[in-house]
Design a protein around this ligand. Sequence first.
Ligand code: FAD
Length: 147
Amino acid sequence: MLPGHVAGHYGFDECHIDLIRLARFAGARLIHDEAVGLDRARREVLCRSHPPIRYDAVSLDIGITPRRDDVPGAAEYTVPVKPIDRFAQRWQALLDRAMSAARLRLAVVGGGAGGVELALAARHRLAQLPAPPEITLVNPRPAAAVA
Ligand SMILES: Cc1cc2nc3c(=O)[nH]c(=O)nc-3n(C[C@H](O)[C@H](O)[C@H](O)COP(=O)(O)OP(=O)(O)OC[C@H]3O[C@@H](n4cnc5c(N)ncnc54)[C@H](O)[C@@H]3O)c2cc1C
């Protein structure tokens, strides 16, 4: 539903799941914290605030986070999609910026299914602005058609 949210079809609440209710339903314990390391000898997940969590088996499902510090200007000018849970906030900030810009020029880096979908969704949403945006898709190879 992410591209649908970007396009303006779904509100924030419509495309989010209440993890507290889901965890309660599943009989799981939910801890809102950041894992900062593993102590494999003690079999513990180390958290930023919470005391270490003991495990017999651990599954790491932290997705990907782009290293923006490695690319000059990236921290200032990019709106990373991942981590995905904070994207809605970043997209809203971009919309607010677009409202006051004369004409927004948006470059979407990555011409795979996700990038194309995001570029089209952004075009749909930003077309409602007084000045239509200029949207560019950046891809290293000639794009293959994706059904
Ligand atoms: C535009 C777009 C469209 C997509 N459409 C589809 C689709 O239609 N169908 C489909 O199957 N997939 C789709 N995908 C891909 C899909 O979003 C990813 O495959 C999926 O999100 C990967 O799930 P994940 O749980 O591995 O990672 P994420 O969804 O990135 O979740 C990782 C979570 O871990 C948290 N986290 C990160 N670091 C830590 C840490 N140190 N401690 C604790 N928590 C941490 C993050 O905050 C986040 O909540 C799309 C992606 C994009 C960008």
